[in-house]
Design a protein around this ligand. Structure first.
Ligand SMILES: [Zn+2]
Length: 271
């Protein structure tokens, strides 16, 4: 899954040796060039690489209209299916499978913009094999027990779930807050998410610039993470006017200590 697709995306994927064939969903936050101009090129490249199956692009209806025209012009017979799924500016669930949901939520930029929350569903508990054997639990009951049911023996004795299972692996959650001004409604939308990415285009000295241009400062990103109760904050989308991001990190860390600077090639284990 990919979120946004700036011009450098294909090259970055190549450098990181990410397999183009595994890409299945692309979620676009808004229709500014630095978030979307890499998409026509990437979708064309997928065709050249003999991609099969399907790629679903999630974006606003006007984005679908635009992309369909550009992509169909450059890529007449892609060999794989490109599906466009409309995203509402008001947000809502945009993807769901057995393990994961992806939900869009509203952001506050100069143009319509959404962020995305990725939530792994609760995972099944682990069976204690010896107990399953000892109690002769029928196979038909195992799924329910993994999901938390107690086991009732034929004589009516209840064996509590905690004696026959061990806790499930933790479920991870991640929120991507693309371009936005600071707004407490963003914190409400990502409440309870473990890892929050938030744009931090500017530092506090340039706060008025941030507000004028529909962006946030690093310390404002940190306030969102704090208000949301996140355990980790990732900053990104820095203005090119700074030599480096040391002040972004210092200003955010003063408010929210567990802050990481995103930079190209960084990989993060969400567990
Ligand atoms: Zn933007």
């Amino acid at each position: 899954m990919m979120i946004d697709c700036g011009e450098g995306t294909q090259l970055a994927m190549r450098r990181m040796k990410l397999r183009f064939s595994r890409l299945s969903h692309i979620f676009i936050s808004h229709l500014h060039g630095d978030h979307v101009l890499g998409l026509p090129g990437l979708l064309s490249t997928l065709a050249l690489h003999g991609k099969t199956g399907r790629v679903t692009v999630h974006t606003f209806p006007e984005g679908i209209d635009l992309l369909q025209r550009v992509v169909s012009f450059f890529c007449r017979e892609p060999g794989y299916e490109i599906v466009y799924e409309p995203v509402s500016y008001d947000g809502g669930i945009v993807y769901e499978d057995n393990a994961l949901t992806v939900e869009a939520f509203r952001l506050y930029h100069r143009v319509p913009c959404v962020g995305y929350v990725f939530r792994e569903k609760a995972k099944p508990r682990h069976l204690v094999g010896d107990m399953v054997k000892f109690l002769e639990i029928p196979i038909s009951k195992l799924h329910g027990i993994k999901m938390g049911d107690d086991f009732v023996k034929p004589d009516g004795t209840v064996i509590p779930n905690g004696r026959i299972t061990k806790p499930a692996d933790p479920s991870v959650s991640y929120a991507y807050c693309s371009d936005t001004v600071y707004d407490p409604r963003v914190a409400a939308a990502v409440k309870g998410i473990d890892t929050v990415y938030h744009e931090a285009t500017y530092i506090d000295a340039d706060m008025s610039k941030a507000h004028d241009r529909g962006h946030a400062t690093a310390s404002e990103a940190a306030r969102i993470a704090l208000e949301a109760g996140a355990s980790r904050l990732i900053l990104g989308h820095y203005s090119k006017s700074y030599e480096n991001e040391s002040r972004h990190l210092a200003e955010a860390s003063a408010i929210f200590p567990n802050t990481i600077l995103a930079n190209e090639g960084l990989t993060i284990d969400l567990l």
